[in-house]
Design a protein around this ligand. Sequence first.
Ligand SMILES: N[C@@H](CCC(=O)N[C@@H](CS)C(=O)NCC(=O)O)C(=O)O
Length: 212
Amino acid sequence: MTQPTPSQPIALYGFKLSGHSHRAEVMLRLLQLPYEFREVNLRGGEQKSAAFLKLNPFGTVPVIDDGGTVIADSVAILVYLATAYDPARRWLPVEAKQAAQVQRWLSVAQGPVYNGPAMARMVKLFGVAADYERCKAIAGTLFSVLENHLAARDFLVGDGPTIGDIALYSYIAVSADGGLSLADYGAIRAWSARLEALPHFEPMPVSPHHAA
Ligand SMILES: N[C@@H](CCC(=O)N[C@@H](CS)C(=O)NCC(=O)O)C(=O)O
């Protein structure tokens, strides 16, 4: 099956330290799609400018513009790229049960991953005012569920990686940025390394400034 290619490079509006942006960028890389990264100055508030709000009225990155098709939200971007550019549907299976299983992990990415490791990282790296103990508790439950799930599997759904894995990876890989340790979670660490070994995968960089 021939992979469709975009008529022009896909514009990715993102922020390099953002795990949400990383999800989108890593998918573009895995599918070997041409793209241009357009850094949005989150510290300067560019995401709330009139021009950016036209792309995403919620004022968050990432957003992609694929020849005039504008998609905001990291998991919506993963769904779009997998549907438009992976005709074999390896990254987002069509079969009902597997499709639901992938969706379940996308929901986990936007729920416990956001409220656990992602928010803990925002507290530690960016000084966001949130209940750090709550983030830790959510992350603890997430890590143990995931550790159990991955004990007997290489990837979250089926035999190969899907967009579910990509959605979960970025913030979990940099848990240390949020003061959270993966030392007790060997299956999660092995899964993360397995993803990082995929061709064209670019790991999420751990901040040099994270709390010890
Ligand atoms: N549900 C959104 C959340 C994206 C998000 O929270 N992005 C953060 C960066 S990690 C952002 O743009 N924050 C800027 C702001 O809220 O002003 C997604 O999955 O894309």
